[in-house]
Design a protein around this ligand. Structure first.
Ligand code: RFL
Ligand code: PHB
Length: 385
């Protein structure tokens, strides 16, 4: 079996890359370890930058997004109960769209023309410095596909980055001493926009998926187990971290999903190893506080798709040669912003009273400075490609 591009992973990065290549007539094969239902069942991101919406338009998969996506002109930040609205539209003339990653994934799966092999076990990448090929097993049978290029879109725990020799890759990492416990509930959101709240008991976030479905998070220690969090305990903790009016107005209910996600900052350099390219969470992780992970995955694959289209159209490798440097420049800026939002809004067990005063001063500076708010709005709504 032979194809032009093998894409490892059918998350949003792999599916979007496959779609862009399909539209350009470049044959590709997606290999995914899990089933399609499993991929759709993962509840993750909720906020799309305009660049990601534009990419969905380009990929001709945005009909439902424009019908159902919620356009937000701003967001609310609160610190120990003092709230301040950041008006993105007024500050930088841009907005974000609330549309779940599950929906993005579903739209891309529905539009898929090329072949996707789900439940591909033991995917292995071979000879990507020479004549690349990929092997896997399905239903006990071994398979092999030869290709020109491999796109590693298989997330943080995938096979692609792991197959690169250690001395060819450098990684940068920060692990935070806490995670996010998230809950999904069929109740209307407590507020029209998202609320990011710093509280002495820890960070809390009020997010949403639709006018009838809400997503809430609280910061928890890394040692916490999801089994120890009944819905009641979650709602009590969340209410304590919000200002009294919001806590009072919040509609609670039985959770549809509840999980803990650890927080991490991570970047691998470079993103190219011969004929293998890394994109999305396979290449980098951001803590979710800046709502950047899915958006970065989208901008990576937009750059990679353009480079591959240039290669097959004009037989120029200029785009492929430049991909790593170009993507990393944008990635590091999103890493910085996500780290900064995380530092401002969470309680760090070791930062002490000095650290808390600095966080408060940062919040007061932000609420008193249009320049600081513009910086936040510019980054949150998305830096240019
Ligand atoms: P994914 O989604 O992890 O997909 C990778 C796919 O590869 C498959 N795979 C393999 N396939 C074959 N062989 C192997 N050996 C394989 N190993 C893995 C996996 O099964 C999977 O299907 O990576 P991708 O496509 O790069 O997409 C990245 C995004 O999923 C991620 O960055 C975001 O979800 C992060 N994120 C957010 N991003 C935003 O832009 N805005 C947000 O509001 C936002 N909120 C969040 C988030 C992530 C969260 N969690 C759970 C970490 C909120 C949370 C709680
Ligand atoms: C979400 O709705 O899941 C969400 C929203 C904003 C974030 C992180 C997660 O910063």
């Amino acid at each position: 079996m032979r194809t032009k591009v093998v894409i490892v992973g059918a998350g949003p990065a792999g599916l979007m890359l496959g779609r862009l290549l399909d539209l350009a007539g470049i044959e590709n094969l997606i290999l995914e370890r899990k089933s399609a239902d499993y991929v759709l069942g993962r509840i993750r991101a909720g906020v799309l930058e305009q660049g990601a919406v534009d990419l969905m338009d380009r990929a001709q998969v945005s009909e439902r997004l424009h019908e159902e996506g919620l356009i937000h002109d701003g967001t609310v930040l609160s610190f120990d109960g003092d709230s301040h609205r950041i008006d993105f539209a007024q500050l930088v003339g841009r907005r974000v769209t609330v549309y779940g990653q599950t929906e993005v994934t579903r739209d891309l799966m529905d539009a898929r023309q090329g072949q996707t092999i789900y439940e591909a076990e033991d995917v292995q990448l071979h000879d990507f410095d020479g004549k690349p090929y990929v092997t896997w097993r399905k239903d006990g049978v071994s398979h092999r596909v030869d290709c020109d290029y491999i796109a590693g879109c298989d997330g943080y725990h995938g096979a692609s980055r792991a197959s690169v020799p250690q001395d060819a890759i450098k990684t940068f990492e920060r692990i935070y001493p806490f995670g996010w416990l998230g809950i999904l509930v069929d109740k209307p959101p407590v507020a029209h926009e998202l609320i990011y709240a710093h509280h002495e008991r820890g960070f809390a976030l009020c997010s949403q998926r639709s006018p009838t479905r809400s997503r809430y998070y609280v910061q928890v220690a890394n040692s916490e187990k999801v089994e120890d969090w009944s819905d009641d305990r979650f709602w009590d903790e969340l209410r304590r971290r919000l200002d009294p009016a919001t806590a009072e107005a919040m509609q609670t209910g039985e959770s549809l999903e509840k999980s803990i996600a650890p927080l991490r900052s991570f970047v691998a350099e470079p993103l190219r190893f011969g004929r293998l390219f890394l994109a999305g969470d396979a290449a980098h992780i951001v803590p979710p506080t800046g709502a950047k992970g899915l958006n970065l995955a989208m901008s990576d694959v937009a750059m990679l798709a353009d480079a591959l289209i240039e290669f097959y159209g004009e037989t120029s490798t200029a785009g492929l040669d430049f991909y790593s440097a170009k993507a990393l420049s944008r990635i590091w800026k999103a890493e910085r912003f996500s780290w900064w939002m995380t530092s401002l809004l969470h309680v760090f067990p070791d930062s002490g009273d000095f650290g808390r005063r600095i966080q408060r001063a940062e919040f007061d500076y932000l609420t008193g400075s249009v320049a600081a708010q513009q910086s936040l709005a510019e980054n949150y709504t998305g830096l240019p490609q």
